[in-house]
Design a protein around this ligand. Sequence first.
Ligand code: CA
Length: 230
Amino acid sequence: MKPLILIVEDETPQAEVLRYNLEKADFRTSVAVSGEEALVKVDEEQPDLVVLDWMLPELSGLEVCRRLRANKETRGLPVIMLTARGEEGDKIRGLDSGADDYVVKPFLPSEMVARVRAVLRRARPSLAEDHLEYGDISVDLTEHKVTRGGRAVHLGPTEFRLLTTLMERPGRVFSREQLLDLVWGRNIHVEERTVDVHIRRLRKALNNERMPDLIRTVRGAGYSLDLEKT
Ligand code: CA
């Protein structure tokens, strides 16, 4: 699915320019006109990145960014802050508040799109890249093809998303709850043991008798993809 970018900007013409250019660059967009609305939309729509104007009525962009960083569910959400030219002190405060990047108004739309791509590539490789590799596993994200050691691996859509999620952060242990949020979506009710069922299917598809199992089960914690697995 195309990455969803939440644009937080109270000036309609500016928001429209951003929306037009991001959609032309093949992103989905959503617009919030205040900091309060932005926080609601982050929760409801789970965007992949937020373009956040500093100057907003009431709750400022800076405060919105701080709140996103203080919440464990949105701590890692990429944020690009927009501010007025010449406010160098703002730049430092913006980055201090946890923004991933900073763009000065007025900006060229092409520059903005390039920043969005760069920040996404760092934060969520599977959204910006067309290819992921880990060990002898290779995933073509455009064609939805997976190979292991050159051999084609056939996965269902859920196992495919599970694998790409684990491959984005090799070595990191994901709890069942985190995997449900990332693979199934936060607002969908699925029991945690469903994760175990799909992990089992993923293992079966990836491994054959000669290949080591790269999926590590961490008792009481969850799962990770790990070459160092013992
Ligand atoms: Ca504004």
